[in-house]
Ligand binder design. Sequence first.
Ligand code: FES
Length: 127
Amino acid sequence: MNYSEKVIDHFTNPRNAGEIENANAVGEVGNAQCGDIMRMYMLINEDEVIEDIKFRTFGCASAIATSSVTTELIKGKTIEEALKLTNKTVVEALDGLPEIKIHCSVLAEQAIKEAIANYYSGKTLVH
Ligand code: FES
């Protein structure tokens, strides 16, 4: 499988990996077919700006790379801006993904939306 330099870079040197202790928005999504799980932790301030974001992903190389690049795309953005993130944006930021790995980038979009939904509903996930 041909991976771009960026995918390899983000997989081997993931940005913002880990958890945020005092996160107020956490979203976890999974893909039933491959069994991979992605969890996003965010710290959103009173101006609705995502001050910090980290991820824990139990999944394939593309899932790790998409998680990593997504944290870079989202950090410092408002909730409104974050909700506009699509998996297409994520794939472009990685200079592409192999066709059979596109679903991995969908997890990133879903995890961000899930975390924001949980932020508004006040739902917290146990770490
Ligand atoms: Fe399922 Fe990558 S193979 S997220």
